[in-house]
Design a protein around this ligand. Structure first.
Ligand SMILES: Nc1ncnc2c1ncn2[C@@H]1O[C@H](COP(=O)(O)OP(=O)(O)OP(=O)(O)O)[C@@H](O)[C@H]1O
Ligand SMILES: [Zn+2]
Length: 747
């Protein structure tokens, strides 16, 4: 008998990922009248799902289905002629879906640009290239009004760019369409229309000559560049102000020369316009950005240009780790210790950890940079998984600031500030320097109380106090955003003796304004920087170098490089010292060393004053010595003896319900299921709880936790996955559940 080829009458089934919260793909038949040979994983399809029309992505092409073939529907339409997601991105998404126990369809839809999720075609807009009008002979000053300083600046920027500047670049430099239009109306500048690919290939002169690298920087670049073409993860541990950005840029130069592309992840792009501006000055090619401040077309353009290999550099926040790159040459994660690399909602992934996974899959070097690396990364150096390169001194001849602890136990405070601190601030201002006052609480005061009966203004929807804001005057909950009027009388005893407790940035600002009426006080927090470009304008103002006081939250600690700041004052260092969170000391040390590192980065020596009521706390003592590696060593020892991460692994199962009993009940059933099914015969995974979350009611919902912890990552993964599939297969009424693998906050 002749054998029948298995493919002769085989059938083609498409496994399609849909944006549905289920741990599975859905089988469809190929679209009618399509040559199945043209179908590939990574193409989008339009399908009917029940009564809904959805966009999906082909994940797999197979020859069988677990469902009766007769019941399968054909795909309605093939949306892409070519896959829009490469095999490597698909494979990373599948890996992440498994590892983080999140449905594959939701993972893919979390990483696609919004326009593509909606099933629309990839159409990227062209752009304008602007340059000065050479036919305009009169000096530009004559045409530009003296008070239109920005217009003149823009004109000068274009004058210095012989090949012109793309509209995106101009916007990245902080200029607006209105300013462009004004210059255009005066016939000072001209524009030409470019399609996106030509625009991305445009080379213009780098506007700043590169700095000559220090010996340490040279060695670092050389070592990192030697890994191009291979996977190697390196921790670049460079003290604050050591010139890590310069190292990144020189590495990326070599990556581009090798014909490859680079991804640079930064914690929050809107907070670091300076980093972007420095890249912009250094590179001759346009730089693609990906972050939440972009509109849908801008996002799609950067994404598509990266995919086509035209954009050589992508700078973005955490989700940029999923950017498809035609020829990825390196991934850099700047401030790798920063919590914002962990997504805390929905698909909870760590962009830093995925950077390492992706580097491994795509055989390219990964650089994790920080002055205060996470204990996880330091431990990975200790156990030989990562290489380490150190930059032990500051670049450009700057020296380290002196750090002193100022005891405020029995001192009177004005807006949180003690007299000796105020005197020190005055000295620095008198010396024509700038001062940072760091206070990690926005608003005027974190609570209000009745002096007579002790009443406190609580949020109606959360187990939390309402924060008093003055501009405009109201009470606001920082957890659910509920706002209310400020009561003039105590609702319990009708007393009018209502007082504020503690100080936030608004109060410190008000106090400083009263003490230093001649000095500009610039508040930097989420409230003051809400407007687009607010941060950029502020950075520009500070960079002029005039004496001023910056008062703000941890936004001020992130990566800024203000040359004239010589004093950093920490209003209250005690918040993180006695927390139940096992990561609190690590986070406190990182934050304080980072904020201290903003001082004395230029030619003048810096000073740091840390106000505390616990000056004898060992961590503060060590912070005052500025020795982060030593702090990290000790914290690692403590973690090891307590078998806490990175020496064990965790996943956090969370439940939310209208009543706490339902949330706890779901977690108890889960725990019982694990025991009944003997999922963990060797008892390698510990199930702690269930307990109510530390803020057990948030936005009107009751929350509870079950913590899974194990020194055996594989066992933990297996049980976590089993739990999630079991929960996913059952219905739980109004109780919702979610899983956080490798949680960084357990509250
Ligand atoms: N080789 C060099 N020569 C002179 N100046 C340099 C050199 N390298 C860097 N600098 C300058 O030193 C300052 C600090 O550099 P950079 O901001 O890159 O430090 P960093 O390591 O990223 O610091 P942080 O971790 O605190 O953000 C910058 O103003 C930069 O221009
Ligand atoms: Zn609230």
């Amino acid at each position: 008998m002749p054998s029948i080829s298995p493919t002769a009458n085989s059938i083609t089934i498409l496994a399609v990922a849909l944006p549905i919260p289920l741990y599975r793909t859905f089988d469809y038949l190929p679209p009618l009248e399509i040559n199945v040979a043209t179908l590939e994983p990574g193409q989008r399809v339009a399908v009917q799902f029940g009564r809904r029309a959805l966009t999906g992505i082909i994940i797999e092409i197979k020859d069988h289905s677990d469902f009766p073939i007769k019941k399968l529907k054909p795909v309605k339409q093939l949306l892409d002629q070519q896959p829009i997601l490469s095999p490597s991105i698909l494979s990373m998404a599948k890996w992440a879906s498994q590892y983080y126990c999140h449905p594959i369809g939701e993972v893919l839809f979390a990483i696609l640009p919004p326009i593509l999720k909606q099933g629309q075609p990839i159409n990227i807009a062209g752009t304008q290239r602007w340059s000065i009008n050479k036919d305009h002979i009169e000096p530009a000053e004559n045409a530009i009004k003296p008070n239109a300083k920005k217009q003149l600046q823009l004109y000068r920027a274009l004058e210095n760019a012989p090949n012109g500047l793309l509209e995106e670049t101009i916007k990245l430099l902080g200029f607006t369409s209105t300013q462009l239009k004004s210059l255009f109306n005066k016939a000072l500048i001209v524009s030409e229309e470019l399609d996106a690919l030509t625009a991305a290939a445009t080379e213009y002169q780098a506007s700043a000559p590169p700095l000559p690298l220090s010996e340490d920087q040279t060695v670092a670049v050389k070592q990192l560049a030697s890994d191009i073409g291979n996977f190697q993860c390196t921790l670049l541990q460079g003290v604050t102000g050591s010139g890590k950005t310069e190292v990144y840029m020189n590495l990326v130069d070599q990556v581009i020369s090798a014909g490859r592309q680079a991804i640079i992840l930064v914690p929050e792009i809107s907070l670091t316009p300076q980093t972007l501006a420095r890249f912009q000055r250094h590179f001759k090619c346009p730089i693609g950005t990906l972050h939440s401040g972009l509109n849908q077309n801008e996002r799609l353009t950067s994404w598509e240009l990266a995919r086509q290999g035209a954009a050589k550099i992508i700078i973005g926040t955490r989700s940029a780790i999923f950017t498809p790159m035609k020829n990825l040459g390196c991934i850099i994660v700047d401030e790798e210790h920063d919590n914002s690399f962990k997504q805390q909602e929905g698909f909870r992934y760590s962009a830093r950890d995925l950077a390492v996974t992706r580097g491994h899959k795509e055989k390219c070097p990964v650089v994790l940079g920080s002055a205060t690396p996470s204990l996880e990364s330091i431990n990975n150096v200790l156990n030989g998984k990562y290489k380490k390169i150190a930059l032990p001194s500051r670049a450009g001849g700057a020296s380290f600031p002196d750090i002193e602890l100022l005891d405020i136990k029995s001192r009177p405070l004005e807006g949180g500030l003690s007299r000796p601190l105020i005197d020190t601030i005055k000295q620095h201002l008198d010396n024509q320097h700038q001062v940072i006052v760091y206070l990690n609480r926005r608003g005027f005061a974190p609570a209000i109380t009745c002096e007579d009966c002790g009443w406190l203004a609580d949020c109606r929807h959360c187990d939390a106090r309402m924060t008093l804001h003055k501009h405009p005057a109201h009470l606001r909950c920082h957890h659910c955003d509920y706002s209310a009027a400020i009561p003039s009388q105590c609702p319990d005893c009708q007393s009018t003796n209502i007082k504020t407790l503690g100080a936030g940035t608004e109060k410190a600002e008000e106090t400083l304004e009263a003490i230093f009426p001649e000095t500009p006080i610039i508040r930097v927090d989420r409230d003051s920087t809400r407007k687009k470009n607010a941060m950029k304008d502020l950075v520009e103002e500070v960079n002029k170098g005039n004496p001023c006081i910056l008062v703000g939250t941890q936004m001020l600690a992130k990566g800024h490089d203000f040359a004239n700041v010589t004093l950093v004052a920490v209003v209250d260092a005690d918040g993180g010292l006695f927390s139940a969170d096992f990561r609190a000391l690590e986070k406190t040390a990182q934050l304080l060393i980072q904020v201290a590192g903003r001082s004395g980065r230029g030619s003048s020596k810096g000073q740091v004053v840390i106000q505390t009521s616990h000056g004898d706390h060992p961590i503060l003592q060590q912070i005052a010595r500025g020795n982060y590696p030593q702090i990290a060593d000790e914290l690692i020892d403590e973690r090891q003896s307590a078998a806490l991460p990175p020496f064990s692994y965790m996943s956090l199962l969370k439940a939310e319900a209208p009543h706490i009993n339902n949330a706890i009940g779901l977690l108890e059933k889960t725990k019982k299921m694990v025991a009944d099914m003997a999922l963990d015969p060797q008892q390698t995974v510990e199930l702690l709880g269930p307990i109510p979350a530390s803020m057990s009611r948030k936005a009107g919902v009751h929350r509870a936790h079950l913590l899974l912890s194990s020194e055996n990552r594989v066992a933990l993964q297996r049980i976590t996955q089993h739990i999630c599939h079991w929960l996913n297969d059952n219905r739980w009424g109004k109780t919702r559940w979610m899983i956080d693998v490798d949680p960084i906050e357990i509250n």
